[in-house]
Design a protein around this ligand. Structure first.
Ligand SMILES: NC(=O)c1ccc[n+]([C@@H]2O[C@H](COP(=O)([O-])OP(=O)(O)OC[C@H]3O[C@@H](n4cnc5c(N)ncnc54)[C@H](O)[C@@H]3O)[C@@H](O)[C@H]2O)c1
Ligand SMILES: [Fe+2]
Length: 383
């Protein structure tokens, strides 16, 4: 089967990129925009940076912000209702993965109403029509939902998160402006940045990885390793590097998939509401250790991209350890916790089963038994 690659139609990058938005909206003939953001971003004036531009140019919109982190089926259904009630014809989404994923689900249901139950979109969604024209503006440097064909929704009743994969759902435009990210506090910058590193490392070692995706993932690992510490200190160069690094990681993983780290992270968020980036980061050294002998020489290239010197003189064991240590050091430097006290021994069979049923698991280079997944979760438990 041929390898497929899907990217945004157009993307804008760099400081001040949001100034392009009114022009795009006018060229596209947007009559009434559904602005999809979250309540905190509205409160802290981040959403306003874009809506002020729309106001100035007289572009009509409604603001929808009933979104919680790890967005729910209800958030999507309410969004669809609000979109229809206001008679919108387009979407501008401003936020992290939660706002962008909600907007992506709304945009696909509007043009494919047979999926209005939301649950039926799980997995490879068999939709027929493109989502409504969407401009995605990330405010975190992490998920890269602005350039991926995926979105992740929480099913509160079934206590699970589910991933939807749909080429009809990639935002037509991405506007990646590091100034939209500068208000992120340290902890959020660290967690979302480690999510991006996890995308790059899992994407580089996933089963479907190939030359084109490798090119993106290695560059993303370099950029993120170089810039995450600076971004956590809110230095402009760090913000620029992370805005780009996370986007490049998204260009890659969206097209080839991820692995067991994301499968387990989705489960932690569904059961304990753990922030996505924190879950991914805590599991990254654990999943790399589990997969290391099933990834050929790839950990050597990861170590090199993370700035480890002398990898060519190292034995396999040495470069594998060097790559995993570099990840641990970065996590530690940016303050990622090592344990999650909410996990209990009784929960383990269920969360391990949920992880093995997650859409990201089949991409993992090594098959895992339920017992092995339970052991990996156990490593996060407070002793
Ligand atoms: N679509 C994809 O391909 C993809 C990939 C990975 C993760 N995800 C999903 O994305 C979600 C996580 O998204 P996220 O990590 O970007 O966080 P988020 O969107 O859940 O936001 C977390 C919190 O950070 C705040 N915030 C966001 N930007 C800010 C800023 N600039 N300044 C101050 N506060 C800010 C938000 O208001 C919110 O309270 C999860 O549901 C995850 O499963 C999606
Ligand atoms: Fe992620």
């Amino acid at each position: 089967m041929a390898n497929r690659f899907v990217l945004n139609t157009v993307s804008y990058h760099g400081k001040g990129a949001i100034n392009e938005i009114p022009g795009i909206a006018k060229n596209e003939g947007f009559k009434k925009v559904f602005v999809c953001s979250d309540p905190d971003l509205v409160k802290f004036g981040v959403t306003g940076k874009v809506t002020d531009l729309l106001d100035k140019e007289g572009i009509e919109y409604i603001l929808y912000s009933e979104i919680k982190p790890n967005p729910t089926i209800q958030n999507v259904k309410d969004g669809v209702k609000a979109y229809k009630a206001a008679g919108c014809d387009s979407i501008i989404t401003i936020g992290g993965g939660s706002s962008m994923d909600t907007a992506k689900a709304v945009g696909i249901i509007i043009n494919n109403p047979e999926f209005e139950d939301v649950r039926s979109l799980e997995g490879v969604s068999p939709t027929k029509n493109n989502a409504v024209p969407t401009i995605a503006v990330p405010t975190t440097a992490g998920t890269a939902a602005e350039v991926t064909i995926n979105y992740v929704i929480t099913d509160v009743e079934k206590v699970r998160k589910f991933v939807c994969v749909d080429v009809h759902d990639i935002p037509k435009y991405a506007v990646v402006d590091p100034d939209m990210m500068s208000s992120m506090p340290k902890g959020l910058t660290a967690a979302t940045g480690m999510d991006a590193l996890t995308h790059a490392i899992e994407g580089y070692t996933t089963r479907g990885a190939w030359e084109l995706s490798d090119m993106f993932h290695l560059e993303a690992i370099k950029l993120i390793s170089k810039h995450l510490r600076q971004a956590v200190n809110n230095e402009p160069e760090g913000r620029e590097g992370m805005a780009l690094g996370q986007y490049i990681a998204g260009m890659g993983f969206s097209n080839v998939g991820l692995g067991i780290d994301h499968a387990m992270a989705h489960t932690l968020s569904a059961h304990y509401d753990t922030p996505h980036g924190v879950a991914c980061a805590m599991l990254l050294p654990i999943s790399m250790e589990f997969n290391k002998d099933f990834t050929g020489e790839r950990l050597k290239e990861i170590a090199r991209a993370m700035g480890v010197k002398g990898v060519d003189e190292m034995s396999k064991e040495e470069y594998q350890k060097a790559a995993i240590d570099a990840v641990k050091k970065l996590s530690e430097d940016v303050g990622i916790p090592k344990t999650l006290d909410k996990i209990t021994e009784e929960d383990l069979p269920q969360i391990a089963e949920d992880a093995l049923n997650d859409a990201c698991y089949p991409g993992n280079p090594r098959e895992a038994t339920k017992e092995q997944v339970m052991d990996m979760f156990r490593m996060l438990m407070v002793k």
